[in-house]
Design a protein around this ligand. Structure first.
Ligand code: SF4
Length: 278
């Protein structure tokens, strides 16, 4: 049987910006999202996690967090055998769209917020219409925090939160995107995250996941849903993840964050700080 703890209370939001943390702390534990930022750019990682530079969330990030919050409540309601109706979904959406207390608000352009908000609700409604998850399917787990001590491999503690585990041990991760994703690239670019989730699931349950599903909610004028199946994590993927974590620890201990200019810079909130780096 699954040993997942009770889900968190409704409408519990994570702060959008972490505070600065020491290198020791950042190498004692590691998460897939931190690894992802580090792989994108060492300087971005440093500014976000070590220096703790607070920035308003980007529109895309706010959009994604809102969609995620609504789907979290939708899953929790199914977990409680009390599915949400349309009015309840709209109410959860309105609450989630407002900036959580203590976060830096977005500097919206004129009329940008309303258009973005309408699109976000349409994306959610499309998902709820087209999702492969039956409304009466009770999840195994929702928003489950898990830790896995990798000391026997000479590595830190892997930490993470599983968005949703469907009945039968299928791990689901939600993503919002502006472009229709290519399945092969999805499996490749999400590998760090999906392999980490697979390990955490095994740690929490003592069982092997039966599959991993990436649910991409595509923010087109007419929104759509693309579900990409990734099988259970392989031993090769686990080895690759362990090697990456090892390199992450070595790199942080060198304390020499360098910028990695590239396509990702157009989405980076630290361009000003980056240009001042020397
Ligand atoms: S602007 Fe680009 S190079 Fe600079 S910190 Fe951001 S991602 Fe890194």
């Amino acid at each position: 049987m699954i040993a997942f703890a009770d889900p968190p209370p409704a409408a519990a939001f994570e702060p959008s910006q972490p505070k600065g943390r020491s290198i020791e702390e950042l190498t004692t534990t590691v998460s897939a999202s931190r690894l992802g930022t580090w792989l994108q750019c060492r300087l971005k990682f440093y500014l976000r996690y070590v220096a703790g530079v607070a920035k308003p969330p980007t529109v895309a990030l706010h959009f994604g967090k809102t969609v995620h919050a609504v789907l979290q409540q939708w899953s929790l309601a199914r977990w409680r055998n009390a599915p949400l109706d349309d009015d309840a979904i709209t109410a959860v959406f309105e609450q989630a769209w407002g900036a959580p207390e203590g976060t830096v608000p977005i500097a919206w352009e004129t009329e940008e917020e309303e258009a973005s908000k309408v699109n976000a609700l349409a994306v959610i409604q499309t998902y709820l219409r087209e999702t492969p998850i039956p409304v009466d399917e009770k999840p195994e787990g929702v928003e489950v925090s898990v830790e896995m001590d990798l000391a026997s491999h000479g590595l830190p503690v892997l930490v993470g939160v599983l968005d949703l585990v469907r009945a039968g041990g299928r791990i689901v991760d939600y993503k919002t995107t502006g472009r229709t994703p290519d399945p092969k690239m999805v499996r490749h670019t999400t590998e760090v995250q999906t392999t980490g989730y697979a390990l955490l699931y095994r740690e929490a349950t003592g069982q092997r996941e039966t599959g991993i599903e990436l649910h991409h909610l595509v923010k087109l004028k007419t929104p759509k849903l693309v579900v990409t199946e990734a099988g259970p994590a392989t031993d090769q993927q686990v080895n690759r993840l362990f090697h990456l974590i090892d390199a992450y620890v070595d790199d942080l201990e060198r304390r020499d964050p360098i910028p990695s200019p590239g396509m990702q810079c157009s989405m980076c909130e630290f361009l000003t700080e980056c240009r001042a780096w020397q």
